[in-house]
Write a protein that binds this ligand. Structure first.
Ligand code: PA5
Length: 436
């Protein structure tokens, strides 16, 4: 097994005592036992825990075959989904597509996560310039407004371009095994389908067909990703707090919360990690924000946001803490060049690696924020690769579920999401006939 993810709390130790930390150990043990005994709140949605071992091999092979076909045939591939039905895929595609050789794979677009006419008009214009287009519509329920509308628009577009039969071959639906509007439509129309497992909620589903098909279409090695998740499981299933990095992270954030820190900012130092932050925000926000409790999850990209949010973090309200995602090894190596007559005062950096400079920026920033009263957690990942994407996913899913149990909430439901949906549905209802 390769190295594991490491949680480093050195820039936050001033904020809690060792006793406060060790007092959390028995609570974590209880939360661990509750989760692993399958008796905790939301127990019916804990299928992601054993997924790395128990996933459907036949479906997995089909994912790879269909992905290969799409890579071979398509110029454009559109993933239609919202929330947990697209964020994981987008985070992996953003993080890893620049590090793998995508070869001749299609351009990947995402739709169904908003209601912007401008976005659709521009997407359709781009598609007009493409010869072969495939769609993967991902929705467990099939009735979620944003992806349902996007699918309607894009299905119509495909049918116009390729005819009904031609469109049918190019539409793949990922949905419930048995029920729901999309499943019914897929069966009626004869679309190829993949399954959103019954026991895995949307935000925990990236390593199922929901995320794996788009990720494989991008040319990312999903075998390595699944292997990473399984290896992540070995450390992140350890019952002991001392041995388990996911539990260490869960304990730190709960300690900070109990001591008044109600906002967590997930910091990354790579633009390709932006969507990973979005995935993480959904995971923690939807899992913990209930019963008027929970840490508000925010994200930032450094050093970029040091020039916008940096002032607030350094000197604003002291209700936040930072969690930095740090990759030890970069896939690329850029060296600062020597230029004649370039008097920017940086000649002492010539020949040094950009990542070394980024490392110093990270150290200096964490120290400054820590000195300013903001606790910092650093999560170190050996490298940006499919394997470590898999490890990271399991690490955060495990941390999130234990953190939710420590907080006293069900980390696997999302009752609050229904409120806005009900209002929008009511506002869009067909007007009652007046009989005139
Ligand atoms: O995490 C979740 O459960 C949600 O974000 C859902 O994934 C999202 O609302 C989309 O739902 P559906 O897949 O039914 O369209």
């Amino acid at each position: 097994m390769k190295s594991s993810i490491i949680v480093d709390d050195r820039e936050s130790r001033w904020f809690f005592t060792q006793q406060e930390y060790t007092e959390m150990a028995p609570k974590v043990r209880l939360a661990h036992d509750l989760l692993h005994s399958g008796k905790g709140p939301g127990k019916e949605f804990t299928g992601w825990i054993e997924w790395g071992r128990e996933f459907d091999r036949e479906e997995y092979e089909r994912v790879k075959q269909v992905a290969a076909e799409i890579r071979n045939q398509a110029d454009a591939f559109i993933v239609v989904g919202v929330g947990g039905s697209y964020m994981g895929a987008k985070s992996a595609v953003e993080m890893l597509c620049s590090t793998v050789n995508n070869g001749d794979g299609p351009e990947i677009y995402f739709a169904g996560h908003q209601l912007s006419s401008l976005y659709f008009a521009n997407l359709l214009k781009k598609l007009n310039g493409k010869k072969e287009i495939y769609i993967n519509v991902v929705s467990k329920s099939g009735t979620t407004l944003e992806p349902a509308i996007a699918f309607r628009i894009l299905r119509g577009y495909l049918e116009e371009r390729y005819g009904i039969e031609g469109a049918r071959k190019r539409i793949i639906a990922t949905t419930d095994r048995e029920k729901g509007a999309l499943k019914q439509m897929a069966d009626k129309e004869g679309y190829r389908t993949f399954v959103v497992p019954d026991t895995i909620g949307g935000r925990y589903s990236v390593l199922t067909s929901v995320g794996l098909l788009p990720i494989a279409v991008c040319g990312i090695n999903i075998d390595e990703m699944m292997e990473g998740a399984l290896d992540g499981k070995k450390t992140c299933d350890e019952p002991s707090l001392a041995e388990n990095p996911a539990y260490q992270y869960a304990v730190l954030r709960n300690l900070f919360y109990l001591k008044g820190k109600s906002i967590e900012v997930l910091v990354n130092y790579d633009p390709y990690m932006h969507y990973f932050g979005e995935w993480w925000k959904q995971l923690f926000g939807e899992s913990e924000g209930k019963n008027h409790k929970g840490i508000f999850p925010a994200s930032a990209m450094f050093t970029t946001d040091l020039h916008s949010l940096g002032q607030y973090i350094q000197e604003g309200r002291r209700n936040l803490f930072l969690t930095t995602l740090w990759f030890d090894k970069s896939p690329e190596d850029i060296v600062i060049p020597l230029l004649n007559n370039h008097e920017d005062g940086l000649d002492h950096l010539v020949g040094r690696n950009l990542d070394e400079i980024k490392n110093k920026a990270c150290q200096g920033t964490m120290k400054a924020h820590s000195d300013g009263g903001v606790p910092n957690i650093k999560i170190t990942i050996p490298e940006m690769s499919p394997y470590y994407y898999g490890q990271l996913v399991y690490f955060f899913e495990k941390a999130c579920s234990i953190s939710g149990y420590l907080l006293g909430v069900n980390p696997f439901d999302q009752p609050g999401v229904e409120m806005y949906k009900k209002n929008v549905t009511r506002l869009l209802e067909k007007p009652e006939s007046t009989g005139k």
